[in-house]
Design a protein around this ligand. Structure first.
Ligand code: FAD
Length: 474
């Protein structure tokens, strides 16, 4: 069989690696692909829509099995909102089908272009983590294709160990072929959003604390270049589900209709340096000034997915790509930790175009799940070459000093030692994993870098490169 190789990247396009790629379009083809991996004494990793930022869905030493062709809806219970589908179904598809019928995702990341498999494997969170937890909390059953070729079922009350290793397990227990999870009933496609500006980080954290109990959703855009007393000044967005009776009369008649926006696109990679401290400072000033305190109804797409409105927006970081650094601090140390982190960033000549702060609630079941009670800050840094890694190491040291951790779905450069220190349940994860994948059939570039699987894991027979595909494509 001809081998297809492609240059693949995550959403950050850093790194981009030459990988052997397969796109099974039905379950028998997927089973065959995994069987072939075993026969060749090699390894593979599942990939969804490639919206993780780093190298978690890359595998230059084995195969990448892209799951987007396995995207059938298998069942829906209109009483309970329980949906069963193949893992290649995207959140975008779920919204298109179910939102007009009064159901929405129980939690969603900042892009709808993720698959159900990717959402479970990263145990993704949204703006409602402090009130609802992460996606794994809504999953009732997973059908997992494991290394021996069998499909095993697991859930919160069935093969629980395997479930806890698979939710947040970054594809390393096997391939999620299907899942059942609960959707959330909604009356409208609108969200009732209160905007509140704060003048400092202290005010922002205080506002989260005061409002966490009152608002299902919250998020703060943060000015990461502000210094001194303004360090951490933010525009806070606090929201609840829009109810029909509260909508303006003009929207009440068709509460699931939202304005159709013309899709914009970044046509090519920007030259290096377009996003520099000067341009980011100007943008931040403008954003902060134009967002005055107030309350309005915002459609789901604008509220949850502002970046999806611009296709290929990752190209603004240029060909060498970028990393997203998502740092979570426990609540007890988050003020001090965030100050230390923001001061370090502000002193560097780097400017993060996006800086988003969220409040997080208790950790879910996943042994490698990211979110736990505290505050999480996401920052983007263009890949500037050799000097980026030492800078990120400094940020890692700050995180470690304050008991924080990095998100695997965003990570591209963390060291194995740092990972071990940040994820105390790694030993338990490894124990469960060794029972279902003793020969490391499932492995990614990230898993080898972080020492989750042996870096000398099997490569099998391999040929050379043929095609080139830009990052983020399925
Ligand atoms: C603009 C943007 C905003 C984002 N905002 C958030 C956010 O707010 N919160 C958040 O939590 N995340 C966020 N993310 C990250 C994103 O939600 C996760 O990386 C998610 O895992 C991507 O899903 P995917 O289908 O693209 O998976 P991929 O990126 O293709 O893969 C991610 C991981 O899932 C595994 N995987 C994929 N499919 C399967 C499968 N069928 N079986 C087993 N393993 C599988 C892969 O092996 C890999 O380890 C954001 C990403 C972008 C680009």
């Amino acid at each position: 069989m001809t081998e297809v190789r492609e240059l693949l990247g995550g959403w950050g396009n850093c790194p981009r690696l030459d990988c052997r790629v397969e796109r099974p379009s039905a379950r028998p083809a997927l089973l065959r692909a995994v069987h072939q991996v075993a026969l060749a004494d090699s390894n593979c990793i599942a990939r969804g829509l490639g919206r993780s930022y780093g190298d978690s869905s890359l595998n230059e030493q084995g195969s990448v099995l892209i799951q987007t062709g396995l995207n059938r809806l298998l069942g829906f219970d209109r009483e309970t909102g329980l949906v069963t589908c193949e893992a290649g179904v995207s959140f975008d598809e779920l919204i298109q089908i179910f939102l007009p019928r009064g159901w929405f995702l129980p939690t969603t990341p900042g892009t709808r272009f993720v698959t159900v498999g990717g959402a479970i494997a990263a145990d993704v969170h949204g703006k409602n983590h402090h009130s609802d937890g992460s996606f794994g909390r809504f999953v009732e059953r997973i059908w997992l294709l494991t290394a021996d070729g069998s499909i095993r079922c697991c859930g919160p009350a069935e093969s629980r160990d395997l479930f806890c290793a698979t939710v947040g397990g970054m594809g390393l227990t096997g391939i999620i072929v299907a899942a059942s999870f609960r959707l959330m009933p909604v009356e409208t496609a609108w969200f009732d959003v209160t905007f509140r500006r704060t003048e400092s980080l202290e005010q922002t954290l205080e506002a989260f604390q005061q409002t966490d109990g009152d608002y299902r959703y919250s998020v703060a855009w943060i000015d990461c270049l502000a210094r001194g007393r303004s360090l951490g000044r933010s525009v806070l967005m606090l929201a609840g589900d829009g109810r029909v009776r509260d909508l303006p009369a003009s929207l009440q008649r068709y509460p699931f209709d939202v304005p159709v926006k013309r899709a914009k696109s970044v046509p090519f990679s920007f030259p290096r340096g377009v996003l520099n401290p000067l341009s980011v400072r100007a943008f931040n000033e403008c954003y902060y000034r134009t967002h005055r305190d107030g309350r309005k109804f915002v459609d789901y797409s604008t509220f949850f997915y502002p970046l999806d409105g611009v296709q290929h927006w990752n190209r603004i970081y240029g060909r060498s790509g970028f990393v997203q650094y998502q740092a979570l601090f426990p609540r007890a140390t988050s003020h001090e930790g965030l100050v230390a982190l923001l001061e370090r960033v502000s002193k560097s000549r780097r400017a993060s175009f996006l800086a988003v702060l969220k409040s997080s609630g208790p950790q879910g079941d996943g042994l490698l799940s990211y979110m736990s009670t505290g505050h999480t800050l996401a920052l983007d840094f263009p890949d500037t070459g050799e000097d980026l890694r030492p800078f990120l190491r400094e940020l890692d040291d700050i995180l470690l000093r304050f008991g924080g951790k990095l998100y695997l779905a965003k990570d591209a450069m963390m060291s194995a030692d740092t990972f071990r220190a940040m994820y105390p349940k790694l030993k338990q994860f490894r124990e469960v994993r060794s029972t279902v994948d003793p020969e490391n059939r499932f492995a990614s570039t990230q898993a080898r870098r972080l020492g989750i699987v042996d870096s000398a894991s099997r490569q099998g027979a391999s040929g050379r490169a043929t095609a080139v595909v830009a990052g983020g494509r399925g």
